[in-house]
Write a protein that binds this ligand. Structure first.
Ligand SMILES: C[S@@+](CC[C@H](N)C(=O)[O-])C[C@H]1O[C@@H](n2cnc3c(N)ncnc32)[C@H](O)[C@@H]1O
Length: 223
């Protein structure tokens, strides 16, 4: 078994290039605008190389605070460099499933829930750390049901297998014909259901021919 930090920590430059590919910035900006607000404290779970952090900082402004959390040190180093110019953006090496953070106004997780063994309980915990009327957003990729995206699902499955800490060469090559994205699909669905159970004012939007979905909502009270 390859651990997540071992897998993602191997190629921080490659990962950063993928994370900042043209077009993805629009998804990230939209997610930041949906969860953050001026002056808010926002925690980004599994921030990776910090591709969302500048967008979140743009929204919270100079009076807010943005904290990125990740378990993969080499990615976090990239994130630290990316936000070095801001004095109200910080990154922390920590497990987002067991956070030492007590309160926040908003939580964002992008392309993370598919890696969590029990995403429903983690999303529940994230909702618990929000102040009343706190915002939560989950951006994740799954196979597409869009008529233009559906033909590309075999390619998506290869991408998923190649990006899986425990998929070998055989799984990756046979991915178009199998269901290598089954676990991912299940975890993303579980995380969205957990958010839907806790949050009101929900909005769902898709990007990239239906491969990427952003679900956001407001957690009215944690009582
Ligand atoms: C696919 S990457 C996404 C990175 C970033 N959110 C983005 O959109 O570019 C998944 C990230 O989640 C992090 N991660 C996975 N499980 C985690 C956990 N339990 N706690 C903190 N970070 C975690 C990984 O280290 C990796 O940086």
């Amino acid at each position: 078994m390859t651990s997540i930090p071992d897998f993602y920590g191997r190629f921080p430059d490659l990962y950063d290039r993928i994370a900042t590919m043209p077009g993805i910035g629009r998804w990230r900006r939209t997610a930041a605008r949906r969860v953050a607000s001026p002056g808010a404290t926002v925690v980004e779970m599994g921030c990776g190389t910090g591709a969302n952090l500048p967008y979140l900082r743009d929204v919270v402004g100079p009076d807010g605070l943005v904290v990125g959390v990740d378990i993969t040190a080499p990615l976090l180093e990239r994130a630290r460099t990316r936000v070095a110019a801001y004095d109200n953006v910080d990154v922390v090496l920590a497990d987002a499933t067991a956070l030492p953070i007590r309160e926040a106004d908003a939580v964002l997780a992008t392309f993370v829930c598919g890696l969590l063994p029990d995403p429903a309980s983690v999303v529940d915990r994230w909702c618990d750390l929000l102040r009343a009327d706190g915002r939560i957003g989950l951006l994740d990729a799954t196979a597409s049901t869009h008529h233009l995206g559906r033909p590309l699902n075999p390619a998506f499955r290869i991408f998923v297998a190649a990006g899986s800490p425990n998929a070998g060469v055989t799984e990756t090559l046979s991915a178009p014909f199998g269901n290598t994205d089954e676990v991912l699909t299940h975890r993303v669905a579980a995380s969205r259901t957990a958010l839907a159970r806790r949050a009101v004012d929900r909005e769902y939007e898709t990007f990239g021919l239906g491969f990427v979905g952003l679900l956001t909502g407001t957690v009215e009270s944690t009582d």
